[in-house]
Write a protein that binds this ligand. Structure first.
Ligand SMILES: NC(=O)c1ccc[n+]([C@@H]2O[C@H](COP(=O)([O-])OP(=O)(O)OC[C@H]3O[C@@H](n4cnc5c(N)ncnc54)[C@H](OP(=O)(O)O)[C@@H]3O)[C@@H](O)[C@H]2O)c1
Length: 344
């Protein structure tokens, strides 16, 4: 078989502010690969199927703490959570046809690895689309689930505020909170997202770009739980409107800071002491060993029967990856953005 194009999206420069396709990242079709004869050296050859565009990829573009380098290598494909299919293998732990999932799937059509560590073979898709395994049933789903189980201590009748509530993580938190009998205040950045929050059962849903978060929280609070996806001024307002005692803040993400050179600094931190607020920062990967088995048992059936809802925004073709990175940061996407690189 003649060599085929092996397109890739490479990291080109550290962005100032939002990533810019063609500048921060470059789509490149100059490389080819001979799929039958590419040497494997005891490893495997895989075909990238799906790449998840998650907010944290923006952080990885910056100089990493304690180093003088960004988290991606200049001139090399970016990588993210995704799925790939094994085409050929000399590694006994994976075989041709296996679908693998991992956090280091390259933004490239085909790739060779000499080690399957860090990849997991997905055995059963429960007759659901594979893309869900990087969305509601993948990393964002894990994040919402483990954060809620570990830190929410939710009691029926309590009030929760969820920011970026139309996103992959936030929309699950909204649903978990409703299932636990809470009053849910949910914010998002567009009217169509707010309509989706209402569909999911939010008691109070508002567009934070056109309605004052301060006024909504004052009117609808105080807050027993705040699930924070955005940080910044929204976090400050949540601190101000926390219940007089015993509220829990689940610190999941701070996307309002990711693209800012001068991030917002908190003014209301003193309330953490005055109101004895439990601030729970968490990273999904640390909690997954504890809650992963429960997730695998509970979530796929709930998603399959429609008891847990989600939205996906899929684009086809690696050439759209650069724009997708910007879209997710700017919030122009409703639901989980995935790039379908190949169907099978
Ligand atoms: N701790 C962990 O282990 C972990 C794991 C995964 C994700 N996270 C974090 O969790 C958060 C949610 O992730 P996700 O995958 O569900 O993302 P997402 O909600 O699908 O996408 C990000 C959303 O953030 C909102 N946003 C962007 N800029 C904002 C700003 N300046 N102020 C307020 N909102 C802004 C946008 O929605 P609007 O239109 O509503 O503005 C955008 O759609 C992110 O901060 C992410 O980094 C943490």
């Amino acid at each position: 078989m003649a060599p085929v194009i092996n397109a890739k999206t490479v990291f080109n420069e550290i962005p100032t502010g939002y990533p810019v396709p063609g500048k921060t990242t470059v789509y490149d079709t100059s490389e080819t690969i001979d799929l039958e004869n590419e040497p494997l050296h005891g490893g495997f050859l895989a075909k990238t199927l799906i790449i998840a565009i998650d907010p944290f990829l923006r952080n990885r573009m910056n100089i990493q703490q304690g180093t003088d380098k960004p988290g991606f290598e200049f001139g090399r494909p970016l990588s993210a959570f995704g799925l790939a299919k094994i085409l050929r293998s000399e590694d006994p732990s994976v075989k041709a046809g296996d679908v693998i999932r991992g956090g280091q799937i390259p933004f490239q059509q085909y790739f060779v690895r000499n080690d399957a560590t860090g990849f997991e073979i997905l055995k059963d898709n429960h007759s659901l689309p594979w893309s869900l395994w990087v969305g509601v049933l993948g990393m964002p789903g894990h994040t919402a689930y483990v954060g809620w189980k570990e830190h929410a201590r939710a009691k029926k009748g309590e009030t929760i505020f969820v920011s970026a509530a139309a996103g992959s993580v936030g929309s699950l938190i909204l649903q978990f909170a409703k299932r636990d009998g809470l009053k849910v205040i949910a914010s998002a950045g567009s009217d169509d997202k707010v309509a989706w929050l209402r569909e999911l059962g939010a008691d109070v849903a508002f567009n934070y770009k056109t309605e004052s978060t301060a006024e909504v929280l004052k009117r609808e609070g105080p807050l027993d739980i705040y699930f924070d996806n955005v940080g910044g001024e929204t976090l400050d307002l949540a601190l101000e409107n926390a219940a007089p005692r015993g509220s829990r803040f689940l610190e999941c993400g701070m996307i309002s800071n990711y693209n800012e050179e001068n991030p917002y600094r908190l003014k209301n931190a003193l309330f953490i002491i005055k109101k004895e607020i439990a601030i729970n920062g968490f990273f999904f990967g640390s909690l997954l060993p504890k809650w992963g088995a429960d997730f695998e048992r509970e979530m796929p059936p709930l998603v399959k029967e429609g008891a847990i809802k989600f939205q996906e925004d899929a684009v086809r073709g690696l050439e759209h990856a650069g724009q997708s990175l910007a879209d997710v940061q700017r919030g122009t996407v409703l639901g989980k953005r995935v790039v379908i690189v190949a169907d099978h």
